[in-house]
Design a protein around this ligand. Structure first.
Ligand code: XMP
Length: 523
């Protein structure tokens, strides 16, 4: 076990900011392991048990003036723990308030870009900002610090926030009113790196090479000589899990690829070719397309489609698992954003927009223990791990693809013919994106086959064929998204090719809806 990774860790206490995950990503990018814990669960004892080298207090929607506002454990500010602390936005305010300073509701709220003026040297700014300079930051606050607690000095100010950054060097307490974790604070990542390295003394051993070795060791320890079944879909997460496990336990791993017939053109062959033929991973390829397409006949409701596919997937997977003699363990590509407990202030259940959890309930039903080697990772880290494992770039960089596949890209009932048409359109579209060098600039791109016929003219003849829509979005996590601003030439060329090369399509439209209010997929 790599003990550097064990000791050098930062704790992020989450007060419910929308961007807490970005703090974690920036800290990890600085080579330091960190975890996000919701404020309700953090106590002086739990911090001691986690044994971090420093603590970051996130922003949050609360005001320190409200009743029952979240607080950091008192032990952080007494001599109990003696750990460096960085407060961000609400984190600054609660730190100031808890240490005897004063925070007031400000008439001048600051939201968005602001310029800070550096007024004093500070280790947080070392090698990045110097006194007298002004720099762009991102602000989002209503309250502001009015009186500093004893021992603090201001190190940066804005027009509306005289204490935009403050420091107590003796105790290694620092705080900023702005958000260093967002890209709109261009130097923010460097400031966070100064906190983790220069203030907390972390060594920066959180690399994917080190993670890989540790993950392989953990898998060994967990499964011993037991067998592990892994559902492979060809997506980044399951591909990385499969290759990592194969490296760890060789042929104790058995992969199952349930082919529902709703994949993109040639995708099933690529998955089988890479994992079975190239990596020599034991792989069952079950072509269940007849079963899935048959069950979806006449089904036009998006949620019924999802549930039908999800249920069948579990049935088929279970059958194949039994065929190969069962296993004690089931491997899953669960990522860190799925396991972070988010801070909810309303406490109420959120509305289900779409039921994404296609295979929920599978481990309980099959009575298997879970192996989840990616539980600590963000998506970008999974990609880095894939590279560390020599997965081809085409797999590492692959756009996300939904579990129900093309079925949710054909509004209304699906059919084999419609799937065939959509595959052709989609393949041309992606080829044009790759040729234009745009694939990596886009989060996800795909075509949708609309159940709408329009009149057209080709040659001298009238046509009455289908419309397809093209979609491409940029996004950081799929939660929000913007449409991709192609130039007209790209759109014209792609539309021409689709209409000329795919029978049954005589019109192409481009979807310019962002999320929200739209969703990424059409169903
Ligand atoms: P939406 O359409 O909800 O999509 O804005 C956000 C992200 O989730 C993917 N998506 C799904 N993934 N099963 C999945 O595994 C689903 O049922 C599903 N629906 C949407 C979508 O492709 C995008 O990446």
């Amino acid at each position: 076990m790599n003990d550097v990774m064990q000791t050098d860790r930062i704790l992020i206490i989450d007060f419910g900011s929308q961007v807490t995950q970005l703090i974690a990503r920036r800290v990890r990018e600085s080579g330091v392991y960190c975890e996000i814990h919701p404020f309700q669960k953090v106590t002086t004892e739990s911090i001691r048990a986690f044994d971090p080298k420093g603590v970051i207090l996130s922003g949050g929607p609360a005001s320190v003036h409200e009743m029952e506002t979240p607080r950091a454990p008192e032990g952080l500010f007494t001599d109990d723990l003696s750990l460096p602390v960085l407060g961000i936005c609400y984190g600054e305010q609660t730190m100031v308030q808890q240490m005897g300073g004063q925070v007031t509701a400000s008439d001048h709220q600051e939201f968005g870009r602001a310029m800070v003026e550096v007024i004093n040297d500070c280790v947080l700014f070392q090698g990045v900002w110097s006194p007298g300079e002004t720099h762009q930051v991102w602000m989002s606050h209503g309250d502001r610090v009015e009186v500093l607690p004893d021992g603090f000095r201001p190190v940066a100010q804005t027009e509306n926030a005289p204490f935009a950054a403050i420091a107590n060097d003796d105790r290694k307490f620092y705080a900023v009113q702005f958000h260093p974790e967002v890209v709109h604070t261009p130097d923010g990542a460097k400031l966070l790196s100064n906190f983790t390295h220069k203030i907390c003394d972390c060594r920066g051993a959180w690399t994917m090479a080190a993670f890989k070795d540790e993950a392989i060791q953990k898998v060994h320890d967990q499964v011993g000589d037991g067998r592990v079944i892994c559902g492979l879909s060809g997506g980044v997460d399951s591909s990385v899990v499969a290759v990592l496990l194969h490296e760890a336990i060789g042929n104790q791993l058995q992969c199952v690829f349930v082919d529902h017939g709703l994949m993109r053109m040639n995708e099933a062959d690529e998955v089988v070719g890479l994992f079975r033929d190239h990596y020599n991973i034991p792989l069952v390829h079950r072509d269940a397309s007849n079963l899935f397409i048959g069950a979806l006949e006449g089904v036009d409701d998006p949620e019924v489609k999802r549930k039908t596919i999800g249920k069948l997937f579990i049935d088929v997977f279970e059958e194949e698992a039994k065929n190969i003699g069962g296993a004690k363990f089931l491997a899953q590509g669960t990522l860190y954003p799925d396991v972070i407990e988010s801070v909810s202030f309303t406490g109420g259940p959120s509305v289900t927009i779409k039921s994404h959890h296609n295979v929920g309930g599978l481990p309980e039903r099959m009575n298997m223990d879970l192996v989840e080697p990616l539980r600590e990772l963000f998506k970008a880290e999974v990609r880095a791990l894939g590279r560390e494992l020599d997965l081809p770039e085409s797999f590492v960089r692959r756009h996300p693809f939904p579990g129900p596949g093309l079925a949710i890209r054909i509004p209304g009932a699906i059919s084999r013919d419609k799937l065939e048409t959509l595959r052709k359109v989609d393949a041309i579209y992606l080829e044009e994106i790759r040729n234009a060098g745009l694939y990596d600039a886009i989060w996800q791109a795909f075509a949708v086959l609309l159940p709408v016929q329009t009149v057209g003219v080709m040659g001298d003849a009238r046509t009455y064929d289908n419309v397809c829509a093209l979609r491409a979005v940029t996004s950081a996590d799929g939660m929000t998204a913007d449409y991709y601003p192609y130039n007209h030439e790209f759109l014209g060329r792609t539309a021409n090719r689709i209409i000329n090369e795919v029978r049954g399509i005589n019109r192409v439209v481009y979807d310019i809806t962002s999320k929200p209010p739209g969703t990424v997929e059409w169903e």
